[in-house]
Design a protein around this ligand. Structure first.
Ligand SMILES: [Zn+2]
Length: 87
């Protein structure tokens, strides 16, 4: 092995937001790696529906969808209240 060209490959402790932790090897600077999702809690492995909302995009969409639905109901109510002009 040539000296001075290889990154420091050492053992690191991986900790997930769900609480799972294990050790692996990496070239990262610190000895701890914090992650948001792992194979213990990812919906693909758990089979459970879970949305990963990191930037608030999901809640933003849900808010928009609720607003749109309310508007649609309002329009439908207005339409139903009006008497038919045809015939
Ligand atoms: Zn996890």
């Amino acid at each position: 092995m040539q000296a001075g060209i290889h990154p420091n490959y050492h053992e690191v402790k991986v900790t997930c937001a769900c609480g799972a932790s294990w050790t692996t090897r990496s070239t990262i600077k610190n000895n701890e790696l914090r992650i948001e999702i792992c194979s213990n809690c990812h919906p693909f492995f758990t089979g459970r529906q879970k949305l990963v909302d990191t930037e608030g995009r999901v809640s933003l969409f849900q808010k928009k969808a609720a607003k749109s639905k309310a508007l649609q109901e309002q329009m439908a109510a207005r339409k139903a209240g009006k008497p038919e002009t045809a015939q």
